[in-house]
Design a protein. Structure first.
Length: 361
């Protein structure tokens, strides 16, 4: 005999309540939320990684920026196919500005779930510096109240950085020289957030800051940069999350601090540091920019990104060389030490070249 079930009067409201409860789970309590956030804050990456210090020789460097942990991650496979010796993230290694993107460590946890990313990091060393998204606040500067907490979380994930920092460094700036004599590649990663003076605004628009004491890098980082540029190297890559060359974009850039930008140029001249290439991010736009410096020569700045998400549209700026890339992309530097030549490329998500530059050194 089949079992029967009789719905009696008075049971229907109870069933409706049970169904409603099943469809609408209870919101997370404050206690549970605090416990979850604490666990995420304590997250320690389990991704196997290679330290930059272990690299014996560098012939190919890939770089990008603006990696959103919740967007398409297929570009990791294209980067892997390029077989780089080193990968550099020029800022915004994850997004952690919105309230629902806190804490920073939780966003790295999400990134760590991407298999193609895990595989690449297990084989190729990564270097990274922050920009506003992984710093934790839009247009962030030295006034950010949680900057020390952000630094702690950033260094907890990118564990190699403290070993490459000067004693007493407060931000995340660091450097390294890789390769044997005659093939020495120096990488200098600048912190353009932790020490930066607040941006000036007028009528809702950023305006150039001509105040002499308002620094982008801070006194100690400037001293450190000068000492780094005096070291012997055969080629140098300076990683600046903010664009150095292009100067028409209304948002953040070195050009908003013209005295600091000029100081950068003067420092290169004073230290006689040549064979220098800047790489930058921040813009969600791929482009090659150039500044012709008197008594120095041409100085190039290659902007790559976004890694994923929406890309910016092209803009007019006389510093740009060639076309701009309005889609997810990554940059690549191929160093031919025998020919003393650097081939710079910007590639899209299909691996097709969108911008190229050849430099003798």
């Amino acid at each position: 005999m089949k079992p029967s079930f009789v719905v009696r009067s008075g049971m229907v409201p109870l069933l409706m309540v049970l169904v409603a409860c099943a469809e609408k789970p209870r919101p997370e309590s404050l206690t549970l939320k605090m416990m979850r956030m604490q666990a995420e804050t304590n997250y320690k990456s389990d991704v196997s990684s290679v330290a930059p210090q272990d690299v014996k020789k560098v012939e190919k460097v890939v770089f990008t920026c603006c990696v959103h942990q919740g967007e398409d991650q297929s570009l990791w496979q294209k980067i892997s196919q390029a077989q780089p010796d080193l990968v550099v993230l020029a800022g915004n290694s994850v997004d952690s500005v919105r309230f629902d993107e806190k804490p920073l460590s939780a966003q790295y946890k999400k990134l760590d779930q991407v298999e193609s990313y895990r595989d690449l990091r297990s084989r190729v060393p990564f270097m990274a510096v922050w920009d506003e998204q992984d710093y934790g606040v839009k247009n962030g500067d030295s006034d950010f109240a949680l900057k020390n907490e952000s630094r702690e979380a950033f260094l907890k994930y990118w564990t190699y950085i403290p070993k490459l920092q000067a004693t007493g460094a407060k931000g995340v700036e660091h450097s390294i020289i890789l390769g044997p004599k005659g093939q020495r590649l120096q990488l200098i990663l600048l912190d353009t957030r932790f020490y930066a003076a607040s941006l000036r605004e007028e009528n809702g628009q950023f305006k150039k800051n001509w105040i002499k004491n308002d620094s982008r890098l801070g006194k100690e980082q400037w001293k450190w940069l000068e000492s780094e540029l005096k070291k012997e190297a055969d080629y140098r890559i300076i990683v600046s999350p903010l664009q150095m060359a292009a100067n028409s974009y209304p948002g953040e850039r070195w050009g908003l601090s013209p005295l600091e930008r000029q100081r950068l140029f003067d420092t290169l001249r004073a230290t006689k540091a040549h064979n220098v290439l800047f790489i930058s991010g921040n813009r969600s736009l791929g482009a090659i920019g150039k500044v012709d410096l008197i008594d120095y020569g041409p100085l190039y700045d290659v902007t790559a990104g976004p890694f994923n998400g929406a890309a910016a549209i092209s803009e007019k700026d006389w510093h740009y060389v060639g076309k701009q890339v309005e889609e997810p992309n990554f940059g690549m530097i191929e160093l031919n030490w025998k020919k003393r030549e650097a081939q710079i490329k910007i590639l899209n998500r299909d691996g097709a070249q969108q911008g190229t530059l050849s430099l003798k050194f």
